[in-house]
Design a protein. Structure first.
Length: 190
């Protein structure tokens, strides 16, 4: 029998890693797309006004900061407490009712804690719940498809940028230079 509390803790770790992968991949994909669009627009219009270059660089930087902030906020908001993770599992398996979160809470208490009620009753709830949860496919709760789709989007955007870089290395480098260093005097050839 797999111990109940370590299984719930590991499920929470895996869920947090998967969610962070999704959020980070979405942020990177969005940043790559914005960079591609702003660089492409600069290459198409070939702005000479340094003010416009500064505005595009600030827009790009602002979006990068906003995406990094979103990733950071998401990382802080993810459930870490075993009882919270148990409640999330109970939402997907309503037949558990509150027994899983109760069993996890009982496991975190000292056995001799007089405020926790009967030791025999707590043991019975823990054993029955652990037996029931052991038969549940908890790993199936983690949907990895969204993470793989977002990673595929990042790879596709990176490939597109790489192909553009191979086809027009000078133009790609110049667009990148103009986007990231607007104070540079790099101008498009006429």
């Amino acid at each position: 029998m797999i111990p109940l509390l370590p299984r719930i803790i590991e499920l929470g770790r895996r869920a947090r890693r998967l969610r962070m992968l999704q959020v980070a991949a979405a942020a990177v994909a969005a940043l790559l797309l914005v960079g591609l669009l702003l660089g492409g627009l600069d290459a198409l219009v070939r702005w000479r006004d340094p003010g416009i270059r500064w505005i595009t660089a600030l827009v790009f930087g602002g979006i990068a900061v906003a995406l990094a902030t979103a990733v950071w906020k998401q990382a802080r908001s993810l459930a870490r407490e075993p009882v919270t993770i148990a409640r999330l599992v109970e939402r997907n398996y309503p037949n558990l009712r509150d027994r899983l979160s109760s069993a996890v809470a009982f496991l975190q208490l000292e056995e001799a804690d007089p405020r926790a009620g009967s030791v025999a009753l707590r043991r019975r709830v823990i054993l029955e719940t652990a037996d029931e949860v052991e038969r549940l496919p908890l790993e199936g709760l983690l949907d990895q498809r969204a993470a793989w789709r977002l990673l595929a989007s990042c790879a596709a955007l990176t490939a597109v940028i790489g192909v553009i870089g191979l086809i027009a290395p000078h133009g790609t480098g110049l667009a990148l230079t103009r986007l990231l260093t607007p104070w540079n005097d790099a101008n498009w050839p006429r």
